[in-house]
Design a protein around this ligand. Structure first.
Ligand code: S3P
Ligand code: PEP
Length: 448
């Protein structure tokens, strides 16, 4: 959904202990992929636990625009009657991906090797994000792009009539770029090979295998090499979407910094390409345990239990861990402000090209609330004040970025004075039940 409604200013007031169980919604990355791959099968894919956040709803609408039948059966149950690999219809209107980088980049990949033309756009945040990282490799398949010179949306893609498979080394650590190339490779004859120097979330590879594609992964000196055989007949699946570790991060971090808290966050996927935050928090001394560890649908899953941890210490987060916690640095910086010593985060320049420049957004909001932050092109350092010592009291800009808005609301729960955000509207893109869920745990989060 393009554009953005009236801003929703919000305030988080310091609260008493957070307690109870937090049932966070389905994984956003997996939800997008389930809809897109469902649309590329002949037959009906069924999905349970789909995240019904705006980002995913925009992908559902896009799949309808490309000819798939996407039905909402209520309570997170959805079905997709797909059109098969190479069967996308030419959309009659602009594909509006709203706020979602994952949505637009994966869908561009999926249509790039089909003989159709589509125009893509989004909100002011998405239209400011780099797209050449996707259109460059898609050009190798024979897909043409017409658009703004800076490689920004809106832009039109003319899909390749006779696609050729590619061998491509992803130049930035990005699961979205990797996935776009793999989805384009689906409709190219022969083998498409993607090499990533740093491992990023592997949901596309896992799901392609689940849908019956021939895909193999091996570790080489150049990195992780993924080989996909094009033009398979994908087989419809049932997908039970696990709960999102990136959403779980918010109640977990809140519990660690609010005195007396004890919160259970059940059924969280702990795929190693996603779980870096939890490892980091434990290294900082967080009382965070994995209960009932098990495997579900080939993924490691556990119930997370987070308890107030007043003695956390800042650490240097290993840069090699960045990809596995890339969306969690904003909320980590809030925990870091409530720890003692410095938390050093390096190798994170990708944070500057998310829904906002997340280093800049967090650094300026934290400073306004009394926290010392230093930053450079691909690093930032938060100097912790210790448990409960953040003054708070400031209004922070969310810059159309859900994770920034939620992070500052978490900051307010453990600060000395309330913290305000200028617009909580973007929270609905990934975590539409954030407010009631946090309130039910005992937080005081209000719309102004
Ligand atoms: O593939 C995905 O589902 C995602 C990949 C990451 O983006 P990049 O690929 O740009 O790192 C992440 O930040 C985003 O929230 C979801
Ligand atoms: C970066 C994110 O999403 P996207 O790139 O899909 O907009 C996110 O959810 O934090």
């Amino acid at each position: 959904m393009s554009g953005h409604g009236t801003p929703i200013p919000m305030t988080s007031t310091p609260c008493g202990a957070l307690t109870g169980t937090a049932q966070v919604p389905g994984d956003k990355s997996i939800s997008h992929r389930a809809l897109i791959l469902g649309a590329m099968c002949v037959g009906e894919t069924t999905i349970t636990g789909l995240l019904e956040g705006q980002d995913v709803l925009d992908t559902a609408q896009a799949m309808r625009d490309f000819g798939a039948e996407v039905t909402d059966h209520g309570s997170g149950r959805w079905s997709v009657r797909g059109v098969g690999v190479g069967g996308f219809a030419e959309p009659e209107r602009v594909i509006d991906c709203g706020n979602s980088g994952t949505g637009v980049r994966l869908i561009m990949g999926a249509m790039a090797t089909q003989p159709i033309t589509a125009t893509f756009s989004g909100d002011a945040s998405l239209n400011g994000r780099p797209m050449a990282r996707v259109t460059d490799p898609l050009a190798l398949f024979g897909c043409q792009t017409v658009g703004r010179s800076a490689g920004r949306l809106p832009m039109t893609l003319v899909g390749a009539r006779d696609p050729i498979p590619v061998r491509y080394t992803v130049p930035v650590p990005s699961a979205q770029v990797k996935s776009a190339v793999l989805l384009a490779g689906l409709n190219a004859p022969g083998e498409t090979v993607v090499i990533e120097q740093e491992a990023t979330r592997d949901h596309t590879e896992r799901m392609l295998a689940g849908f019956g594609a021939e895909i193999s992964v091996r570790d080489t000196d150049a990195g992780r090499e993924i080989t996909l055989t094009g033009q398979p007949e994908l087989v419809p699946q049932h997908i039970d979407v696990p709960r999102d570790p990136s959403s779980a991060a918010f109640p977990v971090c809140a519990a660690l910094i609010v005195p007396g808290s004890d919160v259970l966050v059940p059924n969280i996927g702990l795929n190693p390409t996603r779980a870096g935050l939890f490892t980091t928090l434990r290294e900082m001394g967080a009382d965070l345990t994995y209960e009932n560890e098990r495997e579900e649908g080939g993924e490691p899953v556990a119930d997370l239990r987070a308890r107030y941890s007043p003695d956390m210490k800042g650490i240097e987060v290993p840069p090699a861990r960045a990809a596995s916690m890339i969306d969690e640095y904003p909320v980590l910086s809030v925990v870091a402000a409530n720890a003692t010593g410095q938390t050093v985060m390096r190798g994170v320049k990708e944070l500057r090209v998310k829904e906002s420049d997340r280093i800049e957004a967090m650094a300026s909001g934290l400073r306004a609330n009394g926290v010392t932050v230093e930053d450079g092109p691909d690093w930032w350092i938060v100097t912790g004040l210790g448990a409960g010592k953040v003054p708070g009291g400031a209004t922070c800009a969310s810059h159309l970025d859900h994770r920034i808005a939620m992070s500052f609301l978490i900051l307010g729960m453990a600060a000395q004075s309330p913290v305000h955000v200028d617009d909580g509207g973007p929270i609905a893109t990934s975590f539409p039940i954030f407010e009631p869920l946090m309130t039910q745990l005992g937080a005081d989060v209000q719309r102004d």
